[in-house]
Design a protein around this ligand. Structure first.
Ligand code: FE
Length: 201
């Protein structure tokens, strides 16, 4: 019996921007499979995500590792929008490496060529061989757990006093309103209604 699904927030995870040609999104699902030769990195992405589709097409991806001083605009741009609707890379400072845009103001990046694609129900697990990497700063990494506990501050969400709002516990998307609609799902990460937390400022 799953008594408290939120325990997954305590699985140590970082906050990353996953990018490929023409698409990018926020993920917390990066794992190092091997530090040897080659370096192998895996990342899981929701199948509804445009970035998933584009990685399958491009066979390449980049991971930008976010730090504790991350600009709220990076998380909002890559976390709360779809690359189907906008060019996210025009909204934040990025640099092009190995043909992929990576975040400029972050700890560093890795670029990978896809060597294996594994189906995982709602998600796809991409395994990539590292082909490029660099470190930009020595700040502490933004963890998913820290983000979850401090996202109102990190995102600098402006809310009116006394007004109810709902926060997606998966991605941090904020729905302003008294009641969530009956069949509501998060427009960003597709989390169901029960995964929203009711709050009031
Ligand atoms: Fe969400």
């Amino acid at each position: 019996m799953i008594k408290n699904k939120k325990i997954t927030r305590n699985i140590s995870a970082g906050m990353y921007v996953l990018s490929t040609y023409g698409a990018g999104c926020m993920v917390d699902t990066v794992m190092q499979i091997s530090a040897g030769d080659p370096v192998l990195i895996s990342v899981a992405v929701n199948k509804n995500n445009y970035t998933n589709e584009m990685i399958k097409k491009n066979k390449k991806f980049a991971i930008s590792i976010l730090d504790m001083d991350v600009d709220a605009n990076i998380i909002k741009t890559f976390g709360f929008n779809s690359s189907r609707d906008m060019n996210k890379f025009a909204e934040v400072d990025t640099i092009e490496v190995d043909g992929i845009e990576v975040i400029k103001n972050c700890i560093g990046y890795m670029t990978c060529e896809v060597v294996n694609i594994i189906d995982a129900d709602t998600h796809t697990l991409f395994i990539g061989k590292m082909v490029g990497a660099d470190k930009f700063n020595y700040k502490k990494q933004m963890t998913y757990n820290y983000y979850q506990e401090n996202k109102d501050d990190i995102l600098k969400i402006e809310l009116e006093n006394g007004k109810t709002f709902y926060v997606c516990t998966i991605c941090g998307y904020v729905y302003k309103g008294e009641e969530l609609p009956e069949d509501f799902v998060c427009p960003i990460c597709f989390a169901s209604r029960e995964l929203f937390e009711k709050k009031m400022k």
